[in-house]
Design a protein around this ligand. Structure first.
Ligand code: SAM
Length: 298
C-alpha cells in the first residue's frame, strides 16, 4: 500500500494535513462546536489528553492548558503539562496555571491504548472519562461546559447518570468526522451545576453517597436516557467513505506529510527494531538483542 492510500481511504486524515491540523480529531471538535456553539465566550480552556495537539490548536485563541501522558511538540500560546489525568497532582498543576481562576470549557479526547477486548476497553475508557470529570470539578466554573469522548457500550447509561448529577444538560453527539463504524461518541455536558455542598475530590463520584443524589434513577423506565445527536453539516465529508485523490479537478493531488509527527511515541522502539530486522527473532543468540539495542542507543 502506497503512502497516498490512507489519503484516499481517510478524507479527514488528508484534510487535516492540508489544513495544518496535527490530527484528524480537530474536525470532531470543530463539528461539535458547529452544533453546540461551545467556544462562545470562552477565555480559559483545559484540553485533557491533548497529544498530538489538534484540539489545542483549535482552541489556541484562548488561554489553554493541555495535558497528556505523552510529550507533545510545543504549540504557541498553549501551556503544556506532561502528566496523568487520573492524578490529583495533575489537577493541582492545572489550577496553579490558572492562578485560582476557573476554566470556561474543559475538553477531553482521551483514549486508552485499546486492547481489542471490548469490555476492557469500554471499562478503561469510562474510568478515563470519570478521571476527566473529577479534574473538571476542580477547575470548571459554574455554568461552564465539558466535552469528553465516550464509548457507547452497554454500561453507558451509568455514565450519563453520573454526568447528569453535575450538568443540567447532557447530550451524546456523533460528529460526521467520527466513523460510524466506531463506538466513539462525545458527551457534551452543558451548564456545570454540581450538587449543593459538593467538594471536588479525585475519587469516583459514583461511590460517594454523602450527597443527596438519587442513584435509583438507573432503574427501569426512570433510567437516564440522554439525547443522541448526529452533528456536522450534512454536506460534510462522510468519514466512512473512500474518496478519490483528485477531489478538486482544478488542482493536482500532492501527498503531504503529517503536520506534526509524534515526537516520542511509545512505539518508536518497536519501529526501530523492525527497521533493523530485530523484531521477534527466534533462536537469536542470547544477548544479541541487548547488544543491538545498545548499538541503536535505545
Ligand atoms: N485530542 C487529541 C488531538 O486532537 O490531537 C488526540 C488525543 S488521542 C486520541 C488520546 C490521548 O489520550 C493520547 O495522546 C494518550 O496519551 C492520552 N491519554 C490516555 N490516557 C491518559 C491519561 N491517563 N492521562 C493523560 N493522557 C492520557
Amino acid at each position: 500500500m502506497g503512502r497516498s492510500s490512507k489519503d484516499k481511504r481517510d478524507i479527514y486524515y488528508r484534510l487535516a494535513k492540508e489544513e495544518g491540523w496535527r490530527a484528524r480529531s480537530a474536525f470532531k471538535l470543530l463539528q461539535l462546536d458547529e452544533e453546540f456553539n461551545l467556544f462562545k465566550g470562552v477565555s480559559r480552556a483545559v484540553d485533557l489528553c491533548a497529544a498530538p495537539g489538534s484540539w489545542s490548536q483549535v482552541l489556541s485563541q484562548v488561554k489553554i492548558v493541555a495535558v497528556d501522558l505523552q510529550a507533545m511538540a510545543p504549540l504557541p500560546g498553549v501551556t503544556q503539562i506532561q502528566g496523568d489525568i487520573t492524578k490529583i497532582s495533575t489537577a493541582q498543576e492545572i489550577i496553579r496555571h490558572f492562578e485560582g481562576q476557573s476554566a470556561d470549557l474543559v475538553v477531553c479526547d482521551g483514549a486508552p491504548d485499546v486492547t481489542g477486548l471490548h469490555d476492557v476497553d469500554e471499562y478503561i475508557q469510562a474510568q478515563l472519562l470519570l478521571a476527566a470529570l473529577n479534574i473538571t470539578t476542580h477547575v470548571l466554573k459554574p455554568g461552564g461546559n465539558f466535552v469528553a469522548k465516550i464509548f457507547r457500550g452497554k454500561d453507558v447509561t451509568l455514565l450519563y447518570s453520573q454526568l447528569k448529577i453535575f450538568f443540567s444538560s447532557v447530550t451524546c453527539a456523533k460528529p460526521r468526522s467520527s466513523r460510524n463504524s466506531s463506538i466513539e461518541a462525545f458527551v457534551v455536558c452543558q451548564n456545570y451545576s454540581p450538587p449543593e455542598g459538593y467538594v471536588p475530590n479525585m475519587s469516583n463520584p459514583l461511590l460517594d453517597h454523602s450527597y443527596n443524589v438519587d442513584f435509583n434513577q438507573l432503574e427501569g423506565p426512570n433510567r437516564i436516557i440522554v439525547p443522541f445527536l448526529a452533528c456536522g453539516d450534512l454536506s460534510a465529508f462522510d468519514s466512512d467513505r473512500t474518496y478519490p485523490l483528485q477531489l478538486d479537478s482544478s488542482k493536482e493531488y500532492q501527498y503531504l506529510p503529517p503536520t506534526q509527527p509524534p515526537i516520542r511515541p511509545p512505539y518508536q522502539q518497536a519501529c526501530q527494531l523492525r527497521k533493523n530486522n530485530l523484531l521477534a527473532k527466534e533462536d537469536s543468540p542470547s544477548g544479541a538483542l541487548d547488544d543491538s539495542l545498545s548499538a541503536l542507543d535505545l
